[in-house]
Structure formats: C-alpha cells, structure tokens
Design a protein around this ligand. Structure first.
Ligand code: ATP
Length: 234
C-alpha cells in the first residue's frame, strides 16, 4: 500500500474529531473521502499532511511510519496538499506562485512549469497576473499546479470544487483525472459527492469521525442509502 492511515484518532482539545479512522490508498488510485459537514474529512487530510497530530494510530507511506515526521519533511517524501480555500499568494504572480510550490527542490523547474501550463492553459495566459486577481476557478487551478511543482507521489486535495460553477468543477475534475493518469496518486476530500464518486476508484464515507462505508466509487454512486444521504436522493 502506498499510503496507510491506520486507526487514527485526532482531538481538538477534549473533542474527538477522528475516532479511529483507517483508509488505504494504493499506488495509482484516486480515493475520495465523502461525508456531511463536520464528519472529519478535512481533519483526516490535515493529519496526513502533518498539520494535525494524532493521539492514536499511525500513518505510513510505502510502509515507512511517518506519524511523527513534520509536515515539511512529508512534502520531501512525496505527500503534498493543495490547501483548502486555495491559499494562493495574492501578491505574487501566477509564475511566482508556481515557483513557491517547488521551494524544496533545487533541480531544473522549467519542464514542470511547462507541464502545469499544458494542464492549465488558462494559467499560462495569466502567468504574470497577481494570484489574488484570478477567478475562483483559476485560483483552484493555481493551487493544484503549485502542489504539482513539488512532484508529489500522493496529491492531497481538499474540496477542489468548493465555490466553483458547475462547468469549472467539471474541468477541474477532468484535470485531476489527467494528473492521475500521469502517475500521481490522489486522495480527495469532497462535499460534492456525486462528482467525487464518479471520479474515484474507491471511496470512504465518514460520519462523525468514523468510516461507515467503503467501496468502489461506482458502487457507492449507485447505492440507495448513500444516494439518499449524500446525493440528494436523486
Ligand atoms: P466540512 O465538510 O464541513 O469541512 P469535515 O468533514 O471536513 O467538514 P472537519 O473540518 O474535519 O470536518 O471537522 C471535524 C470535527 O472537528 C468537527 O466537529 C469540527 O467542528 C471539529 N473541528 C475542526 N477544526 C477544529 C478546530 N480547529 N478546533 C476545534 N474543533 C475543530
């Protein structure tokens, strides 16, 4: 298994946000975490990227225990998160934002900049524009592009569809698929369950800090109880 989240519990003060969550991600997969507000999806992702500490359980990358490895070192090991709320540097240009994503690297970056611009032609057209003046969809593209500059093995995406128009969501999801086809494994958190399940090889349903279901994306997409709870029942 490329990434193993093994029975982790995470607390905010005395409140348990995660109560023993286990999630496996195999090399080459797209895995989605879905669930209602407050189920613990974002906390799971933050714990994998090293922004939250566990009180119990372990996280392993290629069998190596990284539970106590600080976040910036996890980036060097191949885990990279595109932050929730996009988090682009508003005063830096698109190109400067992309270079910031590669701060841990010392090698030649041109090929990776070209790769991001091929995936996102919109960013190429706007490479000298300040990040803060991009549209919501373009900022999401930049956040994903910036994460790719770290050459992740596993890309962690927190609600990439948040706040975007349906057409832009479709484009973002299509590009996530392309990135995956280029060899990047993806762990994705989404409120937009139908799109996420259609994209994901496998998915986990979280409820109040626990995994209550896991199956292939397709199976969950057609499951009546999942449809009723998370897909508006249609
Ligand atoms: P959403 O889709 O609404 O973002 P989520 O599934 O990502 O929800 P989390 O953000 O992981 O859920 O939150 C899990 C639980 O932890 C919630 O009950 C939330 O209120 C709580 N929580 C999250 N962040 C904090 C924090 N910084 N301090 C205290 N409690 C927190």
């Amino acid at each position: 298994m490329l990434l193993e989240i093994d029975d982790i519990s995470v607390y905010y003060g005395k409140i348990a946000a995660l109560k023993g969550i286990s999630v496996d991600v195999a090399e080459g997969e797209i895995v989605a975490l879905i669930g209602a507000n407050g189920a613990g999806k974002t906390t799971t992702l933050k714990t994998v990227s090293g922004l939250r500490a566990v009180t119990k359980g372990a996280i392993r990358l290629r069998g190596q225990d990284i539970t106590r490895v600080p976040g910036h070192k996890r980036v060097a090991l191949g885990l990279c998160q595109a932050p929730e709320g996009r988090g682009v540097f508003p005063g830096l240009t698109v190109l400067e934002n992309l270079y910031m994503g590669a701060y841990i690297r010392k090698d030649e970056l041109k090929a990776d900049i070209d790769r991001v611009f091929t995936l996102f032609p919109r960013l190429a057209e706007r490479k000298d524009q300040a990040g803060g003046t991009l549209s919501g969809g373009e900022q999401q593209m930049l956040a994903i592009g910036r994460a790719l500059m770290a050459q992740p093995k596993v890309l962690l995406l927190d609600e990439p569809s948040m706040g975007l128009a349906p057409k832009v969501i479709q484009l973002i999801f299509q590009i996530i698929k392309e990135i995956n086809e280029q060899g990047v494994t993806v762990l994705l958190v989404e409120q937009n369950a139908s799109q996420a399940l259609a994209l994901a090889d496998r998915a986990y349903v979280l409820e109040t800090g626990r995994v209550v279901r896991s199956a292939t994306g397709r199976e969950l997409l057609h499951d009546p109880s999942v449809r009723a709870a998370y897909l508006g029942g249609d």
